[in-house]
Design a protein around this ligand. Sequence first.
Ligand code: DUC
Ligand code: ZN
Ligand code: ZN
Length: 459
Amino acid sequence: MAVVITNGKIVSSKGISQKDIRIVGEKIDKIGLNLIRPNDEIIDAEGSYIMPGGIDAHTHFDCEIGGIVADDFKTGTKAAIMGGTTTIIDFAEQVRGGTLREALDEWNEKAVGKTYTDYGYHMTISDWNEKTSQEMEEMIKEGIPSFKIFFAYEELQLDDGSIYEALKRAKELGALIGFHCENGTLIDKLREEAILKGNREPIYHMETRPPSLEKESIARLITIAELVDTPVYIVHLSSKEGYDEIKNAKRGGAKILVETCPQYLLLNKEYYLPKGEDSFEGAKYVMSPPLRDMESNKVLWKGIRNGEIEVVATDHCAFNYRGQKDIGKDNFTMIPNGAPGVENRFNLMYTYGVKENRISMERLVKIISENPAKIFGLYPKKGVIQIGSDADIVIFNPNHKTTIKAEEQTQNVDYNLYEGFTQFGKFEYVFLRGQMIVRDGEIISSKPLGKYQYRRIHS
Ligand code: DUC
Ligand code: ZN
Ligand code: ZN
């Protein structure tokens, strides 16, 4: 039996059209007019947009810091699919002194059989040596052609020489490396100084990670990538200062792909200021990079609109406010670093992007689904509604209006970064490879059906 979605407006990066979509098994079988046949299951999408399922290329589920965890793969991917995201790419993390294989084994333990969305991994490299270099090739054979390197965190960051070598190896193998751009050596100094001065509140997380240190790492990365002559991906761009650096390099022909996140578009550094009774509330926004000024919000929207920022992901990395974030009550350096968001990305980008006339529906589909699929080797299996692609499809009713409340969310965490924000849109249906997982905004799948996605980057 086939499923036919009819009467909806199909959105692609090239435009909007009103056609039927016929799904047979896991795939899109036909797109056209009058596709309904006897015995077909008919889904009436009147008044809704039909879009490819979202791809969140930056999550950290089961992200354990010192034994504490909020969202794991089960709760995190359930929240993702409730929010219209059908594929996530999570970060498997090499421990310094350990191997990439060990990291992959650990992430498979965390994820296999527990995901409501399809999924893949990027591999974080925190120890650059001959073995790691060899293992990059092995990871590519496992379907992991994308890696991440940090310019920050003593236990993770690599020096410029190692970054240069890793990029040369990536070029040789046709792999892509994403970079966390903040100068960790200087951040560590600023943090030490802050604590010595008695500056211990959450706001000092932001004060000790100024935008100049994002800009500096980006400039350094651009220089190294230029020497190697290979593309790079910048994760979670947060500041105008960083954006200006990228913009100039891109206009000069540099091959840089850029990601930002809703928090850097919609929130700003005022959230770290003590509010009312609870001077610790800023801890909810302790993430890296930190929130910036409103000028940065504006400039990043501009980058999305003009195509200089290709991807909006979430960097979902959830810790509870009570019982977890408050480990750092007396010292901001102890606050677990990260924030939730996987459930709200699609609605927020529709509400504050499309409805506020900042971006078009076509651009929305690009940044939420098509571009991450293309960049990370999932396209055209995913990221597009076309014949032969996986039937990862969302039916989105744009008129539905709600207020975001942590107490109503699926994310397994006790707060929401966007508490009280209005959001438009309801995922009436979400299909994952032809299976209806969400109906009328509720999960109907009794078990996680997500599959590992073997990815290959075509350069
Ligand atoms: N960088 C990330 O990408 N995620 C969580 C923390 C961090 O620094
Ligand atoms: Zn990062
Ligand atoms: Zn991250």
